[in-house]
Ligand binder design. Structure first.
Ligand code: PNW
Length: 454
């Protein structure tokens, strides 16, 4: 018999969106051009020992000057949807105060170029590049930042309502709060107490609310808005009911501060009990803003934690990954494709989201040389393929996963790991700025064209 029949490769729904994602600070460069203000990352990168190799964001992929070329390449690969972020310090160099018209001009040119190349933008309002001037006034520990964000969000949504229909308020609250103000591994690199850190979360939640409010007020007809969260994903060790129930309880506990609070319209009793005297200050009306209805939930999912039913009366047991468990080069990036099933499924079951977008998924490696004009990143091809299969399994089980954005289009500034850690499906030579599609770009391009796993 002919062996050409397709067996396991089922198609994605007709309206499923495939895209790629990136963030302003990581790709644009031009860190001090056309009136852009300093961001906390511009400052942090210059503190010795904070970023691998002392890499700065000054040039990055020089996307600021090469966006048209980048969109042409994207279009040639059949990529029709691109998630980007707007750099707050380009629009308001001091966070609030005077508007920088050249900042708006830049994104106007970006959206025009995308339109020309048939690419639809999905826009994140804040992807970690806080204006340093606001940090100097307290940063995320202060409500000054909330007021400034409200104004920034209004300005951006008003300016680009005609270009953008999908808005993401904030990217990964935990990364710029806990990691920026608690552990200090990300900008601004502060090490504050638990109470202060909880307050930064609360301010971030308020900004999310202001983002939703801004899109409702100025986004125009058909505009959609949601948060992108990197929720902690629990994967049951077996798919027996007891392990699934344990995983779900761990998931609810671990995500109480952001997703749980937004959903409940207040901090839950469990959460308040856990944080005790370190609970954030909440002003009357805060949660009216924070829990404004959204249109979707964005999830950045790279990995997951295995959980099983607890012993001796414990509800659950979360397991550390043993050293031998496969991972990418980022220490936190264990290869757990089932996270793309259980993450969306638990979000859907627990919070009832009607549309879930995978706003990031991908993997980073340090050593990916170009050989005969191609990076043979079979590791990334395997990663994408195995995670996509789990997204498909979620869809088959009735979980409303509506899109998949691969992180990232091009190798870029991987925060404290600098330029060494490569997440792109397109290789970037940071000396020459030459772009070279990797094997995974060809693979993903075929998947998008055929709309099924290949
Ligand atoms: C995300 N973790 O960061 C960010 O949204 C991107 O800007 C970043 O480049 C990408 O993923 C790859 O790192 C994360 O510790 C940082 O689990 C840390 C974690 C997860 C995501």
């Amino acid at each position: 018999p002919a062996m050409t029949a397709l067996t396991s490769a089922s198609a994605f729904p007709a309206d499923f969106v495939f895209g790629v994602a990136a963030a302003s600070a990581q790709i644009e460069g031009a860190a001090f051009e056309d009136g852009k203000g300093e961001s906390v990352w511009d400052r942090f990168a210059r503190i010795p020992g904070k970023v691998h190799n002392g890499d700065t964001l000054d040039v990055a992929c020089d996307h600021y000057h090469r966006f048209d070329e980048d969109f042409a390449l994207m279009a040639s690969l059949g990529i029709k949807t691109y998630r980007l972020s707007i750099a707050w310090p380009r629009i308001y160099p001091n966070g609030d105060g005077e508007l920088n018209p050249k900042g708006l001009d830049f994104y106007r040119r970006v959206f025009a170029s995308m339109k020309k190349h048939g690419i639809t933008p999905w826009v994140t309002l804040f992807h970690w590049d806080l204006p340093q001037a606001l940090e100097d006034r307290g940063g995320w520990t202060s409500r000054v930042t909330v007021d400034a964000f409200a104004r920034y969000a209004d300005t951006v949504v008003k300016a680009f309502a005609g270009d953008v229909k999908h808005w993401i308020t904030l990217n990964e609250i935990v990364c710029f709060t806990l990691l920026g103000y608690g552990t200090g591994t990300k900008a601004p690199g502060r090490k504050e107490n638990a109470r202060t850190v909880n307050q930064t979360y609360h301010h971030a939640l308020l900004c999310h609310g202001h983002g939703v409010r801004a899109v409702r007020a100025f986004g125009g007809k058909g505009a959609q808005v949601g948060l992108t969260d990197n929720c902690s994903v629990a994967v049951p060790v077996t798919e027996k009911p007891a392990d699934i129930a344990a995983a779900k309880t761990w998931f609810i506990d671990r995500n109480a501060q952001v997703l749980g609070a937004i959903h409940a319209g207040r901090y839950t009793d469990n959460f308040l009990k856990r944080v005790g005297a370190d609970a954030p200050d909440v002003k009357p009306g805060d949660f009216d803003l924070i829990s404004l209805p959204t249109d979707f939930l964005g999830l950045n999912i790279y990995s997951g934690t295995f959980v099983r039913a607890g012993k001796n009366g414990a509800t659950y047991e979360a397991l550390p990954h043993p050293a031998a468990y496969p991972r990418a080069d980022s220490h936190w990036l264990r290869l757990v494709p089932q996270s793309l099933y259980w993450g969306p499924r638990f979000c859907h079951e627990v919070y009832g989201h009607k549309a879930i977008h995978i706003t990031e998924n991908g993997c980073g490696y340090d050593d990916e040389p170009v050989v005969n004009g191609e990076v043979l990143d079979l590791h990334r091809r395997d990663y994408v393929r195995s995670y996509l299969r789990e997204a498909q399994r979620a869809i088959a089980d009735g979980v409303p996963v509506k899109s998949y954005f691969l992180w990232s289009f091009i190798d870029n500034y991987e925060w404290e790991d600098g330029y060494q850690r490569r997440f792109g499906i397109v290789h970037c030579d940071f000396k020459t700025q030459v772009r070279t599609p990797k094997l995974s770009a060809r693979y993903y391009s075929d998947v998008i064209k055929e709309r099924r796993i290949l």
